[in-house]
Design a protein around this ligand. Sequence first.
Ligand SMILES: NC(=O)c1ccc[n+]([C@@H]2O[C@H](COP(=O)([O-])OP(=O)(O)OC[C@H]3O[C@@H](n4cnc5c(N)ncnc54)[C@H](O)[C@@H]3O)[C@@H](O)[C@H]2O)c1
Length: 219
Amino acid sequence: MVQSSKKVISVVPEPSLRRMPAYLSFSEGLLKKGQEFVSSTQIANYMNIDPTQVTKDLSYTSIVGKTRVGYEVKAMVDILSNFLGFTVLDQAFLVGAGSLGSALLLDDGLENFGLDIVAAFDVNPAIIGKKFNDIEVFHIDQFRDLAQEMKAIIGIITVPAEYAQSVADLMAAWGVKAIWNFTPARIKVPDDIVVQNTSLYANLAIIFNKIHHDREKEI
Ligand SMILES: NC(=O)c1ccc[n+]([C@@H]2O[C@H](COP(=O)([O-])OP(=O)(O)OC[C@H]3O[C@@H](n4cnc5c(N)ncnc54)[C@H](O)[C@@H]3O)[C@@H](O)[C@H]2O)c1
């Protein structure tokens, strides 16, 4: 079999992608302090990982290190924020403007990471018509019409778990490309829709597991 010498552009492994926002935040800090170059060892020490892992992760991007000096900090900030999609704003809808949903609507930080929530939906008459951070909450029955008008491509689900699938169906029928699901329910959507499940509680379970394990070791 003839091996092609052409470089294959590979899909970035999820663990590498998960580390990249931390590389970005670290290099932004260095840039503020006026540091021009950073080595993979310095990044690795900050991250508490091996320098070869840093080099491997960054090799998925177009960042190129220079022998002896390392990576140029400004280029790292620019390339990583582009690579992670943080420099382009993508529009999103949020369904379920209760305590978690409204907190997300009030979070200005999401825009810095490329997420622009343009409208929210709920079924509670006490919430409909309210604005959080200038984002209006509409009745869910208005979803189809407003989706047509606003053309958001990301759907955020923050409803009680039992309604997650029906909301996901509505979003899929409209044509979102990705769903950020904060509910503990596992939703089913067509394969071409990206689904990311996020749970603070899962992280809490890891914390508890670790501290309980350490406590057992002490006994
Ligand atoms: N991922 C996490 O870390 C995390 C953290 C907190 C809560 N949650 C989950 O997020 C969800 C919301 O939690 P919460 O504490 O904000 O609850 P909440 O009750 O405060 O808010 C839920 C909102 O959804 C609305 N709603 C209900 N059915 C709807 C429907 N069919 N269409 C549109 N809106 C509808 C309700 O009126 C309410 O405003 C739950 O599934 C919860 O388990 C996840």
